[in-house]
Design a protein around this ligand. Structure first.
Ligand SMILES: *[C@@H]1O[C@H](CO)[C@@H](O)[C@H](O)[C@H]1NC(C)=O
Ligand SMILES: *[C@@H]1O[C@H](CO)[C@@H](O)[C@H](O)[C@H]1NC(C)=O
Ligand SMILES: *[C@@H]1O[C@H](CO)[C@@H](O)[C@H](O)[C@H]1NC(C)=O
Ligand SMILES: *[C@@H]1O[C@H](CO)[C@@H](O)[C@H](O)[C@H]1NC(C)=O
Ligand SMILES: *[C@@H]1O[C@H](CO)[C@@H](O)[C@H](O)[C@H]1NC(C)=O
Ligand SMILES: *[C@@H]1O[C@H](CO)[C@@H](O)[C@H](O)[C@H]1NC(C)=O
Ligand SMILES: *[C@@H]1O[C@H](CO)[C@@H](O)[C@H](O)[C@H]1NC(C)=O
Ligand SMILES: *[C@@H]1O[C@H](CO)[C@@H](O)[C@H](O)[C@H]1NC(C)=O
Ligand SMILES: *[C@@H]1O[C@H](CO)[C@@H](O)[C@H](O)[C@H]1NC(C)=O
Ligand SMILES: *[C@@H]1O[C@H](CO)[C@@H](O)[C@H](O)[C@H]1NC(C)=O
Ligand SMILES: *[C@@H]1O[C@H](CO)[C@@H](O)[C@H](O)[C@H]1NC(C)=O
Length: 590
């Protein structure tokens, strides 16, 4: 190889590998070009701009292959326009700059001697002074934790507004250890763990994902969601699809403030996502366009001291994780619980438990978070002004002015429908009266007759019977209900058999009959005389009068049912072709 070529090859090798593993100072990513990214060596993670929904703003994310974001520069409000860019400055800082050259985010790593930036195979963006890590994205997590990323933790809890704790796992009194420096980690196999030297086994398992130890190319990540829940997700590489594999709170309604102050969280049959509503029509939503913003009274209780009443909420409780002070806890019945709150001016709501404890809780706090569920053994009361105005039952629309016009449309629709149905009924009656005996319509009346027969009602008729035809029909029927589908004749052959074109062999007896499961008798042949034994409940069994209906009733199993019907049918020669067809068709389809 010529030295020039060798040099060129080396240069190529160098640029390819460095482009993937380390990022040189002076490099820039532009929001206008979201395809431009920095990748991890294994290509599983990349760093680049993502559009926020359909808006014209962009965030800088580290994404898992397929587009699942695991880290964002700054917070959700840190966005740039399409002229924005992300720069690795020679000073050693990473900077997010918007179209007007304003710095919207900075890693603040200038003057730390940063020489390289890199995105590693675990999704960690690292700034190094030589081999020393001076900054990493894993150390400033956003809402997501991935395997190999740990979180120093005190108690593992979920809190609202930094004060109200609504979930606590890990370091309660049942964990019999004094922890020194606990860290939360997610194992790649999907096990969420707290590590600490104080644990005898070295770790404490918080949760297993429901797919733990499954799937080799699957990323699990832990995310604190905007709705307040903490969840583990699984995502197969390249799909962009995420699946929930564990939730800290299985019941979304147990999340504090999910429905806002004075909001009532509930579920309906048609949906597993919670509904947020107001306690009654004495309240109105804070934001008509966002039911999760909570509700407010239409009339404040301060302005109606004398006329306050208690609104009843069946199967409802209030979520309050603040400890109840003793003065708010009573041992009392449901009526007393209601009256006590009404009589105390500081009380705004109360909950009476029907779980056997006989307890009553009065609520004085301004924040009232309601949860209504048919399974909750409690009744709650909320103080309102003037008469209570319960919510309309679900499904009832408050249509306001358009109500009367809608009613009008409904009346017209109903009248038209009734008229149409009446016409159909009259026509049907006429048809029945004039055409029911016409052979042309035999097929239709046969189907009605089939129902009549199955009911076992006696029916005498005055037609003559061609015994030869009846025999053929019964023999064909026996072929049609063979247990082995391969033994059943095709439809074309059935027709030919019925018309007498084919000589019909005696079929093997159906299994149910040879087993004697119907009457314990063994009926080996399909000849007519034997068939009378099928008619235990026929009103007047008669082997000679073939006009007699042989209804089999009750008809306990599918197989016996079919047999009963076709035998009945066989004794009505006029109906035979249709019924035999139906039976053969159905058994073949089965
Ligand atoms: C987002 O970050 C900015 C500073 O970059 C800060 O002023 C703002 O309060 C943050 N917002 C939230 C919701 O944390
Ligand atoms: C850039 O950010 C600055 C400061 O946050 C803001 O005043 C300005 O409007 C932004 N420019 C664009 C084009 O978004
Ligand atoms: C970079 O690291 C070296 C040691 O590896 C240290 O001596 C030097 O002070 C560091 N530079 C800065 C600016 O901190
Ligand atoms: C990442 O995690 C794996 C398994 O938990 C471990 O073997 C590896 O050393 C970790 N790597 C880093 C860079 O932390
Ligand atoms: C959250 O807490 C702060 C004080 O810690 C308080 O001022 C604020 O009102 C609280 N927010 C809500 C929505 O209650
Ligand atoms: C951890 O939780 C326990 C029980 O919930 C509590 O008693 C303790 O004060 C908490 N510790 C910290 C540091 O928050
Ligand atoms: C403590 O945690 C264990 C499991 O983590 C849980 O079963 C138990 O109910 C918790 N106890 C309290 C008092 O929170
Ligand atoms: C934790 O520490 C307290 C006081 O520091 C001590 O009384 C207690 O026994 C310790 N518990 C365990 C499990 O070591
Ligand atoms: C993502 O999930 C949806 C629904 O579960 C499925 O229809 C789709 O095929 C999946 N996409 C990929 C790329 O696996
Ligand atoms: C049930 O809930 C869904 C969404 O949570 C909502 O769109 C729907 O209107 C609700 N149905 C009823 C009957 O309330
Ligand atoms: C609700 O949305 C409608 C249409 O999007 C808008 O006109 C109205 O101002 C919004 N109301 C509130 C309270 O935001």
């Amino acid at each position: 190889m010529k030295p020039r070529n060798l040099l060129f090859s080396l240069f190529l090798f160098y640029t390819v590998t460095t482009a993937q593993t380390t990022i040189q100072p002076g490099t820039t990513l532009s929001a206008a070009n979201p395809g431009q990214t920095w990748s991890s060596p294994n290509n599983i993670f990349n760093l680049g701009f993502s559009q926020v929904g359909v808006s014209s703003s962009y965030t800088l994310n580290i994404n898992y292959n397929g587009g699942v974001p695991i880290w964002t520069a700054g917070n959700a409000t840190t966005t740039v326009d399409s002229k924005g860019s992300f720069q690795f400055l020679s000073s050693g800082s990473l900077r997010l700059i918007n179209g007007s050259d304003a710095v919207v985010w900075d890693s603040n790593t200038a003057r730390l001697g940063v020489t390289t930036a890199s995105l590693d195979d675990f999704g960690n963006l690292v700034l190094k002074n030589g081999t020393l890590t001076v900054w990493s994205s894993f150390d400033i997590p956003t809402d997501t934790i991935v395997p190999n990323q740990t979180l120093s933790t005190g108690n593992l809890t979920l809190r609202w507004n930094d004060t109200i704790e609504y979930w606590n796992k890990g370091l309660n009194s049942s964990v019999d250890a004094n922890l020194t420096s606990p860290t939360l980690g997610l194992q790649p196999t999907g096990i969420l763990t707290i590590f600490d030297v104080a644990f005898t086994s070295g770790s404490y398992i918080v949760a297993y994902s429901n797919d733990y130890a499954e799937g080799s190319s699957r990323l699990r990540f832990l995310r604190l969601e905007k709705n307040g829940n903490l969840r583990l997700y699984s995502s197969d590489i390249g799909t962009g699809n995420t699946t929930i594999v564990w939730s800290a709170l299985a019941d979304q309604c147990e999340i504090f403030y999910y429905c806002g102050n004075m909001g009532i969280c509930s579920y309906n049959e048609s949906s597993s996502t919670p509904n947020c509503g107001c306690p009654s029509e004495n309240f109105e939503p804070v934001d008509v366009n966002d039911s999760r913003q909570g509700c407010k009274r239409k009339v404040e209780i301060e302005s109606c001291a004398g006329t306050a009443t208690m609104l009843v909420l069946d199967n409802a409780k209030f979520l309050t994780y603040q400890p109840e002070t003793l003065s708010q806890v009573y041992s009392s019945g449901i009526s007393a619980c209601r009256m006590m709150c009404l009589s105390q001016s500081s009380c705004i709501a109360s909950t009476s438990l029907s779980d056997g404890t006989g307890m009553c809780y009065l609520k004085n706090s301004v924040v009232i978070i309601g949860y209504q569920n048919p399974e909750l053994p409690s009744t709650s009361f909320v103080k309102v002004c003037g008469p209570t105005q319960p919510n309309p039952p679900p499904g009832v629309q408050i249509a306001g002015k358009s109500k009367s016009s809608r009613l009008h449309v409904w009346v017209v629709l109903v009248v038209v429908l009734i008229t149409l149905l009446g016409l159909i009924a009259v026509e049907g009656g006429l048809w029945w009266w004039c055409c029911r005996n016409s052979p042309k319509f035999g097929s239709l009346s046969a189907q009605y007759a089939l129902l009549e027969y199955a009911s076992g009602a006696p029916r005498l008729t005055d037609q003559d019977v061609d015994m030869q035809q009846v025999r053929r029909a019964v023999q064909v029927s026996f072929w049609c209900i063979q247990d082995q589908p391969s033994q059943r004749p095709p439809m074309g052959k059935v027709v030919q058999m019925l018309e007498g074109i084919f000589e019909i062999e005696n079929p093997p007896a159906p299994k149910a009959i040879t087993e004697g499961s119907i009457h314990g008798t063994s009926i080996m042949s399909s000849n007519l005389s034997a068939l009378s034994t099928f008619a235990p409940s026929a009103p007047t069994p008669s082997s000679s009068s073939s006009n007699q209906t042989l209804g089999v009733s009750p008809l306990p199993s599918g197989r016996k049912y079919r047999e009963g019907i076709f035998i009945s049918a066989a004794f009505r020669p006029k109906l035979k072709p249709v019924i035999i067809h139906t039976i053969c068709y159905n058994t073949r389809r089965r």
